[in-house]
Design a protein around this ligand. Sequence first.
Ligand code: DP6
Length: 400
Amino acid sequence: MTVYQATASAPVNIACIKYWGKRDTKLILPTNSSLSVTLDQDHLRSTTTSRADPSFEKDRLWLNGEEDEIKEGGRLATCIKEVKSLRRQLEEKDASLPKISGYPVHISSHNNFPTAAGLASSASGFAALVASLAALYQLPTDASRLSLIARQGSGSACRSLFGGFVAWQMGEKADGSDSYAVQVAPREHWPDVHALICVVNDEKKGTSSTSGMQRTVETSALLQHRIAHVVPERMRAISDAIKARDFDAFARITMQDSNQFHAVCLDTDPPIFYMNDVSRAIIALIVEYNRVALANSGKLKAAYTYDAGPNAVIYAPKENIKEIVELIVKYFPQAQAFKDPFALFSGKDVQGKVVDGFNEAVAKPFAVGAVKGLIHTRVGDGPRTLGAEEALLGQDGFPL
Ligand code: DP6
């Protein structure tokens, strides 16, 4: 008997121009376009196996081994339904295709990074879900077409259908058919863009992106200014910076847009705070590091950006990452050794230090654990279809 099963992995993406606000909450249509860098799946990824089988009772999904309810009309159900309907269209056109679109599916998904790290897993998770179902159903892989479906799982997920530098075009149509992701440049165009994720300790559960952005849409006057007068020009300028591999311009726009995103959160009623003292101290360090760089070379050497939480993501050309790790470690001593995937420190322990001319008074050193981990990664590729040896479902069709 043929087993209809496929496994795919998908990357995390971190936006430089932030998506914040929906004009349609059901279809997940944004109030502005956004742009992100896809991070390397060698370090951060979601992996998903999907199987269609007539003996299954119903569609079921497990996340890191725990079953997640597929609520009728919910985001998961919508994504599964949409991919099945693309398969059904193929089956209707080509009678030789096995009619598997009507079978229930079992889906098992796993993140290789701890959810507790506070890293957004919904983007890579929904992208891997859609990519694995598309592989299962052998859909012609048009990533923009698939991004329309992933978007309905979580807005930012549509950008994880591509590698490299990715724009989500907001579109105008009420049905959302023109609100999808496109690649601005593949990772091979600018592989020198690396990222250092500073995982900031965070005990309390903050406001979710979904509810936070809706409150911003309803109450923030600044958001309306951002949508109409700021983002369109920034989208153009950062796309040009990426095409020209102009890190200075890329960094300037990325930091401005992170700042404005957190400003519209503050402008929300009641206000939303995602950054904490540690986040702000990291901003002060990067600002000072860039001040020294500007004085020496006239160009910025790093860019910070923050999503709906306190973690910092620092983008920088690879050659600067060593100095940045030393800088962060100087102010945020680490309990664990730096996992050094690019062998910047050739097996030696990281010694905290600052570059010549750095004003050490811009921040106070924190206690061990304030930044509980550092992840060095870089721009990466889009979803990958994996072999049967990586499957997350056993022969019986249940999670391994
Ligand atoms: C701050 O994509 O998580 O990370 O569409 O409601 O699922 P939903 O929201 P989500 O929002 C991400 C917001 C952000 C900015 C970004 O990734 O562009």
